[in-house]
Write a protein that binds this ligand. Structure first.
Ligand code: PEP
Length: 243
């Protein structure tokens, strides 16, 4: 997707309209050169569109359109000038029971609508402890991405997010992240014959970003909690954009 490293902020279901106003005042002081993507709650998306950063939705419906109360389609997101959507975040897989098939269907609809995709994958702590990480990641990748054409795959990037690292303050070592990213890139290359960018996500913050940013094969970061505090997120962005 991008040769420069990118930073994506997944703000989840956080911040009120008043807090978002304050947040926007802080972030609008900077130029982002399209290296940053904000994913606020869907209600606030229109406030973020048309700036020097990208804008993404946190989830889209698994249906094209119609009587699906409360859902937002990929086509609707695209028609509001959004750049991309997260798909397959572990919170959606766990709390909303999204299977690999649902994830694949959402990717298909996003690509049809010309919306770029950030596909989230990751292993649980139990899977990591029983040395199943690579097996789990391979299954998630292959099931989500099988059958797409090269021109479609070019609109997808992967966010590797170990579930045990999300919101816990724990991260894998830099060496482990490097090896896992390498594994993911190799799997994609071998099975789909394409080079794909891979982000890391899981407890990235303003304190560990300088160290994480030493990892050579990383293409950027997906930041959850720290993206909801404008000042902290700005510090992360500065490290990545000014490298
Ligand atoms: C996430 O949920 O995508 C995430 C990376 O969260 P956090 O940064 O809070 O661990």
């Amino acid at each position: 997707m991008a040769s420069k490293r990118i930073v994506v902020g997944n703000m989840k279901m956080n911040l009120t309209a008043q807090e978002i106003n304050k947040y926007l005042k802080v972030i609008e002081k900077k130029e982002y050169n399209n290296q940053v993507i904000f994913c606020p709650s869907s209600l606030y998306l229109p406030y973020f569109v048309g700036k020097t950063y990208g804008v993404g939705i946190q989830n889209i419906a698994a249906y094209e359109n119609g009587a699906y109360t409360g859902e937002i389609s990929a086509l609707q997101a695209k028609s509001m000038h959004l750049d991309c959507t997260l798909i397959g975040h572990s919170e959606r897989r766990e709390y909303f029971k999204e299977t690999d098939e649902v994830v694949r269907q959402k990717i298909k609809l996003s690509l049809q609508a010309n919306l770029k995709v950030i596909l989230c994958i990751g292993e649980t702590e139990e899977e990591r402890d029983s040395l199943k990480t690579y097996k789990v990641l391979k299954k998630q990748i292959v099931n989500a991405l099988k059958g797409f054409e090269e021109k479609e795959l070019k609109k997808i990037i992967i966010a590797y997010e170990p579930i045990w690292a999300i919101g816990t303050g724990k991260t894998p070592s830099n060496e482990e992240i490097k090896d896992t990213i390498s594994f993911i890139k190799d799997i994609v290359k071998d099975s789909l014959h394409i080079n794909m960018s891979v982000l890391y996500g899981g407890s990235v913050n303003e304190k560990n970003i300088a160290s994480l940013n030493q990892i050579e094969n990383i293409d950027g970061y997906l930041v959850g909690g720290a993206s909801t505090k404008a000042d902290k997120f700005m510090k992360i962005i500065e490290v990545v954009v000014n490298q």
